[in-house]
Design a protein. Structure first.
Length: 184
């Protein structure tokens, strides 16, 4: 996992090997030497490690619903009469109320899985890049609309018309669990 050495303001790789904790720098030897000198001189005595914890599922589902509605609005803004259409679609009303006021179901289920490491670097043949976020919509054959969002390699998906995630899981099974965001 990646940690931070606050005294050097630099990232450090941290891993366990049995009962031992190991620190490493970037691939160039200079960063490793800086880390060693800083620790041995007593300048560095702290490593900050992010500890992943479970998100509040209700808050996360409301966040995902809000982002889904905003992203759909962004896509529809190019179409004449989009405002009336967004308000007219009855299937979105339950999600709108849930997002705005917390009304409706106790939880709006969502799918969550890791697609790639949060610090993964991709190369399209022209340049290396990171994917901090990406999103897309799936309009399934049964007229179900799913919103899929990836944040730092973590994929989240919701059904925009149904608080259950069952239809999305079925769609995923029919598509070999392939993410709509990942072309690989």
């Amino acid at each position: 996992m990646t940690g931070v050495l606050p005294s050097l303001q630099m990232p450090v790789e941290v891993w366990l090997n049995g009962p031992q904790i190991h620190l490493g720098g970037s691939e160039n030897g200079d960063s490793l030497q800086r880390i060693e000198r800083s620790i041995l001189s007593g300048q560095t005595d702290t490593v900050i490690l992010p500890i992943p914890r479970e998100v509040n599922r209700r808050l996360m589902s409301r966040f995902l619903g809000k982002v889904a509605i905003e992203a759909l609005t962004l896509r529809l803004m190019k179409v004449d009469g989009w405002q009336e259409e967004m308000l007219r679609v009855e299937a979105l009303e339950l999600l709108r109320r849930y997002v705005r006021r917390g009304d409706g179901p106790a939880e709006w289920e969502f799918s969550q899985r890791r697609l790639y490491a949060e610090n993964a670097v991709f190369n399209d043949g022209r340049e290396a890049f990171e994917l901090l976020h990406e999103f897309d919509f799936i309009y399934a054959a049964d007229r179900t609309l799913f919103f899929v969002l990836a944040l730092f390699g973590e994929e989240f998906a919701i059904d925009m018309g149904d608080p259950s995630i069952t239809n999305y899981r079925r769609w995923m099974a029919d598509n070999n669990d392939r993410s709509p965001l990942a072309p690989w």
